[in-house]
Write a protein that binds this ligand. Structure first.
Ligand code: HEC
Ligand code: HEC
Ligand code: HEC
Ligand code: HEC
Ligand code: HEC
Length: 334
């Protein structure tokens, strides 16, 4: 009797273990390249990712302090509105530049037309649309970053992430274009003077030194991606030696009255319009209530005219694994 029950328990647990192993086997069986369902879930779903790489950090890391403050002290304006930069940024076109399905379809199309240039085309597109993923691999001296890499690169999927702007080289910003970005190692430049801020907190927790970068409040920080010049191919896919200006928003601005003429002294920079300022003190980092509020504070709205795609992203945010809520999208759309 006892023995039969023991045997039954043993049998039941063997079956359970077997089922568990089958389920586990199912979960870890590669379905896309070397990656399993489980791995893809970890790689793709959920909140903003917190990821450290040799050169960069994802926006999720920055959001720990510059995101929503559960204590309601940091990133709150005088009317009690949450103005944190991470939540404003995450539902913008730039935050979703790597997930944008129109972008992805267009890359596919260009590669179908010129399959022999697949690597070069994809690598070029991703230098602006997935900048941290692409430039990480380039800085490491690895083979070119392509759409196949993007699929499982959280650094790449982070789109035009915080450091794509804040880490740009102070000395050379405004002199490089077409996604050929240059960075200063482990720096996060911002609008405030070095002696206005407590740099130590970010230095010890993130390994990045925050401090003044005069290029940040200048159109120069947008130039690297907002002028794109490409090398043209003939109908057989051979380089013609010519160049084509695909878009040149930065240069259009430079040649407009908004650049303030030769001296540039009275310029209206890209951020003046695209990142409206609050002229009241805002505490920059959550959990550090002792910090003084700083001003002016640039809202990370980063809007343009692309309401159509924002609506599409909002409606398909689960399928596209976008870590932004419908409410956040509505705010950007508005
Ligand atoms: C130099 C940086 C840069 C590179 C390189 C680049 N893009 Fe873009 N792309 C942009 C910018 C900036 C915009 C937004 C332009 C605007 O809104 O006026 C954009 C917008 C787009 C859009 C429109 C997206 C939408 O939802 O409306 C598509 C499609 C696109 N890019 C495809 C590509 C493809 C394909 C490549 C590679 C062949 C590429 N891009 C390379 C910067 C770049
Ligand atoms: C497209 C470029 C760009 C991106 C992407 C970007 N920023 Fe900024 N950021 C700026 C500019 C420009 C300013 C200066 C605004 C001003 O002084 O009016 C700024 C200012 C700041 C400041 C100082 C306070 C303020 O808002 O003025 C902090 C902190 C900051 N950014 C953090 C972040 C974080 C964290 C992210 C990612 C979630 C991010 N930024 C994404 C361009 C960018
Ligand atoms: C552990 C908290 C913490 C994290 C995480 C963090 N920061 Fe900061 N950051 C701070 C503090 C504190 C300051 C200074 C605020 C002050 O003294 O008022 C600051 C200042 C800044 C400034 C302003 C610099 C200036 O001189 O204008 C920028 C820009 C910035 N951070 C960007 C980032 C970016 C980008 C990330 C992610 C890579 C990040 N921060 C992650 C705490 C943090
Ligand atoms: C690392 C590259 C990069 C940098 C730096 C960059 N952008 Fe962009 N930006 C893009 C790309 C890529 C897109 C197109 C995203 C898409 O449509 O998928 C874009 C789109 C935009 C749009 C269109 C948004 C819409 O809803 O139509 C605006 C506005 C914009 N950027 C402003 C700025 C400003 C202002 C700066 C500088 C403070 C800046 N960008 C810096 C890459 C960049
Ligand atoms: C004087 C204010 C102002 C300045 C300065 C400015 N912009 Fe804009 N920008 C706008 C407005 C307004 C729109 C929306 C235009 C529309 O949709 O008709 C816009 C649209 C855009 C778009 C999206 C275009 C589209 O078709 O949706 C991009 C990209 C952009 N700006 C980038 C930049 C960059 C980069 C700079 C600096 C080199 C800059 N802007 C400077 C006001 C400005």
């Amino acid at each position: 009797m006892l023995r039969r029950r023991t045997r039954r328990i043993v049998l039941a647990s063997t079956i359970a273990l077997g089922l568990l192993l089958v389920a586990w086997d199912e979960a870890v069986r590669p379905v896309k390249g070397p990656h399993s369902e489980l791995e893809l879930k970890v790689l793709r779903d959920g909140e903003l990712t917190v990821l450290f790489s040799p050169y960069f950090r994802t926006a999720g890391r920055c959001a720990g302090c510059h995101g929503h403050d559960p204590n309601g002290l940091a990133s709150i304006d005088s009317q009690g509105r949450d103005v944190n930069v991470a939540d404003d940024w995450r539902s913008t076109m730039m935050a979703n530049s790597a997930r944008d399905p129109f972008f992805r379809a267009k890359v596919r199309h260009e590669v179908m037309v010129n399959p022999e240039h697949q690597t070069a085309i994809e690598n070029k597109c991703l230098s602006c649309h997935a900048p941290l993923g692409m430039h990480e691999e380039e800085l490491l001296g690895h083979p070119p970053f392509t759409m196949a890499h993007l699929d499982t690169s959280r650094m790449g999927q982070d789109g035009v992430s915080c450091l794509s702007c804040h880490m740009q080289s102070q000395a050379t910003a405004g002199t490089f274009f077409s996604g050929e970005l240059q960075f200063d190692s482990a720096r996060a430049y911002g609008p405030y003077d070095d002696d206005q801020i407590n740099a130590g907190i970010m230095q010890s927790f993130v390994g990045f030194t925050p401090g003044l970068g005069t290029h940040i409040t200048n159109s120069k920080v947008c130039a690297g991606c907002h002028t794109l010049i490409t090398q043209t191919l003939d109908l057989d896919g051979n380089a013609t030696g010519d160049e084509f200006v695909e878009q040149a928003t930065y240069h259009e601005w430079l040649n407009s009255v908004y650049s303030g003429g030769a001296s540039g002294a009275n310029a209206t920079h890209c951020n003046t319009c695209h990142m409206p300022r609050l002229n009241e003190p805002i505490i920059l980092a959550a959990e550090y209530a002792f910090l003084q509020g700083l001003q002016p504070f640039g809202l990370h709205h980063l809007v343009g005219g692309n309401v159509h795609m924002l609506k599409l992203l909002k409606e398909n945010r689960d399928t596209l694994h976008i870590p932004a809520s419908a409410v956040q999208f509505d705010s950007t759309i508005t």
